[in-house]
Design a protein around this ligand. Sequence first.
Ligand SMILES: Cc1cc2nc3c(=O)[nH]c(=O)nc-3n(C[C@H](O)[C@H](O)[C@H](O)COP(=O)(O)OP(=O)(O)OC[C@H]3O[C@@H](n4cnc5c(N)ncnc54)[C@H](O)[C@@H]3O)c2cc1C
Length: 335
Amino acid sequence: MGEQGFLCTGISKKFGGLGGDFLYSVIVIEELSQISEAGLAAPLHSDIIVPYINTYATEAQKQKYLPGCVSGDIITAVAMTEPDAGSDLASMTTTAVIEGDEIVLNGSKTFISNGIHSDLIIVAARDPLVENPHQAISLYLVESETPGFQKGRQLNKMGLKSQDTSELFFNNCRIPKTNQLGEKGSGFIMLMEKLQQERLVCAVMGIAAAEKILKSTMTLIQGKNTAGTFHIKSQVVQFALVEMATEVKIGRTFINKLIADHMEGQNVVIETSMAKYWTTDLARKTAETSLNLLGETGTLEKCPVVKDFRDVRVMSIFAGTNEIMKGIIAKCMGL
Ligand SMILES: Cc1cc2nc3c(=O)[nH]c(=O)nc-3n(C[C@H](O)[C@H](O)[C@H](O)COP(=O)(O)OP(=O)(O)OC[C@H]3O[C@@H](n4cnc5c(N)ncnc54)[C@H](O)[C@@H]3O)c2cc1C
């Protein structure tokens, strides 16, 4: 993907990128969805993690890391989640302590996408001396060869099998002070600032998956018309497909508007939270309905929707669960 120019399309030409706008990213995300390609978690690398480096890194950090991120020689991961800190990131316990010119990291992370393949990890860790979690957390750049850093198990997920998700351990892992990303104590602020694009990327993935599932279902159903197999002439089947197509169209219209608003620099945090939960739920619902319509065909591993069914299941969990999205929206509605 790096060789073909499909990674980090938004990074400036100065660092080897295309200098493209967010629409380039959307095209890559959608094309990957069309072929059910989930390996490498490319949208996470290109459009969620690397933008942190692009926005908050020093010039020296950018020069060191961005060209590799664009070429694919550096695969990135972002490590926030811990065994006892999922939705509630404020309760993370991984510590970062300054010792002379170094920062010493201790703790563990889990469910980290690209964890096994990663060469560079953005790690969220807290200063144990600062009580307020919103001021205690900072972001650090950890290279995978750093002594004290260890990759753990690759987790055996129900879906996204070609994408690694793993544990990471930090045991007196010493990084140079210059590997702090952004201001000390501003980890939460940086995470918040990047949420809009993160959720929009997930929403694009959600609607693209729903579109792909609808297309596959139509092909499978129209491709077989022997009596007793798929009853395409049955009103029940037709109406189910019509409802799927209508919801997918509504979702696509909403997403296209959000993409345009995001590209214009508008604040659409609430709308992207709505879109993240709604489109990923839609993808799940579409997959479920599809398998039901496909009957016994939908129980076979060779049926393409079976893979999609498993892959879309986890979308409502990562990047902030769908319940967390609803909580944010409720707060913004003054509830
Ligand atoms: C495939 C995959 C990839 C991932 N990749 C990464 C990654 O690259 N980096 C990373 O840091 N993390 C990653 N994660 C972790 C992911 O961000 C967490 O799983 C997520 O934040 C939820 O945390 P949890 O699983 O501990 O669930 P919990 O927070 O324990 O939540 C369990 C349930 O309770 C609900 N819940 C929790 N709090 C509230 C609340 N306040 N209000 C209402 N409902 C609530 C949740 O919605 C959920 O249904 C990944 C997870 C998966 C599955």
